[in-house]
Design a binder for this molecule. Structure first.
Ligand code: M6R
Length: 357
């Protein structure tokens, strides 16, 4: 039920802090340690390489998941678009574990890969919001994202929940291997939930940005580097699927290799900069587009902020900033679609789960 909300999407965006707290609770035991099935722990630790398979928003969560597994748990990980993997199978390692990410657990492209890798005798884990779904029934292990039903076609809380579960897997993987790290997903997720709540209370700011930047534009570019590149791809997908504005997420450094030709007077460019080591680089890219007439909207953090940035997020562990920086992007997409009179929850040509190849 929508309750007091006009749209499921907005309700689901607002639910994210609760979902994150719920995940922390479900994956923590009484001693504050991570609660994870021993079989799943061993499957991850024994694998020489993880292959994340997903589509759409879940694929974008996978990009962040890969970084978490590699940077925090030192586990080689690849991410593949399900429909591509099926027909373009890469060279596999000797002992792979396949991790399927799927909100619905029904995505046919993922299932196609699962059937295929099972035939080859490989183990599989599904991270899903719908236990009992096809992918969970057919894979060896399941992890639940506990986000509650997601009704809006545009995925929001499932995305942040998927990344939260990966942060827990990464922390567990690091501990299981005795890696000396101060990465504490449980603590960070608590901070993130609080910061998400603050952002959700600032809807007027996001609505104003949507109005100022996206009311009339035919297109919009999103730029970011490294981890921020993953999240801007998700921001662009959100905007295009519900507002029908042509939107693309680009790696900041790649703009000058072609895309910058599309920048005109007044073209909106949303830049996300949450990592200190690439802050100056992306600032340079912002200057490049502004010099060609772009109207830049910058989302930074306390550590990376500069005068004039439109949104400044609190500092959290850099590995996890996508969980926070996506919230303004979701809200901006929502208000852009609303202002342009679009059917926010049921965009044209799309279904909630894609059960055909
Ligand atoms: O249920 P799944 O997570 O497998 O769905 C994958 C995509 O179809 C889905 O994320 C889609 O891209 C969303 N509409 C994005 O908001």
């Amino acid at each position: 039920e929508k309750g007091t909300y006009n749209h499921f999407m907005l309700k689901e965006i607002d639910e994210q802090p609760f979902v994150i707290r719920n995940i922390v609770q479900k994956y923590q035991n009484d001693d504050g340690d991570i609660k994870l099935d021993d079989d799943i722990r061993s499957a991850i630790n024994d694998a020489d390489r993880l292959y994340i398979i997903a589509a759409g928003t879940s694929y974008h969560a996978g990009l962040v998941g890969k970084e978490l597994m590699e940077k925090a748990a030192n586990k080689p990980t690849e991410v593949h678009i399900a429909s591509e993997f099926l027909y373009n199978e890469p060279l596999l390692s000797k002992n792979p574990l396949f991790i399927f990410i799927s909100q619905s657990g029904e995505t046919a492209d993922c299932r196609g890969v699962l059937v295929n890798v099972k035939k080859q005798g490989f183990k599989s884990l599904t991270i899903t919001n719908v236990p009992g779904s096809t992918l969970t029934r057919e894979s060896d292990f399941t992890l639940h994202t506990y986000a509650g039903p997601e009704i809006a076609v545009a995925s929001t809380k499932a995305y942040t929940a998927q990344m939260a579960v990966f942060s827990i897997l990464a922390m567990d993987g690091a501990r299981a291997q005795g890696i000396d790290t101060d990465f504490n997903a449980i603590r960070e997720l608590g901070l993130i939930a609080n910061a998400m709540e603050t952002l959700c209370d600032q809807k007027d700011i996001m609505e104003q940005i949507a109005h100022d930047y996206m009311f009339k534009t035919p297109n919009c570019f999103f730029i970011g580097r490294a981890r921020d590149y993953h999240v801007v791809q998700e921001g662009a997908l959100k905007l295009k699927e519900i507002s029908y504005i042509q939107a693309e997420g680009f790696a900041g450094g790649e703009l000058k290799h072609g895309t910058i030709a599309l920048i005109e007077d007044g073209t909106p460019v949303v830049a996300v900069t949450t990592q200190e080591h690439v802050n100056l680089n992306i600032r340079g890219n912002i200057q490049e587009v502004v010099a060609r007439g772009a109207k830049a909207c910058v989302i930074s953090t306390e550590a990376t902020k500069q005068e004039g940035d439109q949104i400044v997020l609190p500092n959290i562990n850099e590995l996890l900033t996508p969980l926070l920086s996506v919230v303004p992007l979701q809200l901006i997409a929502y208000f852009a679609a609303l202002h342009r009179g679009c059917d926010v929850d049921k965009p044209r040509n799309l279904a909630k789960s894609v059960t055909v190849e």
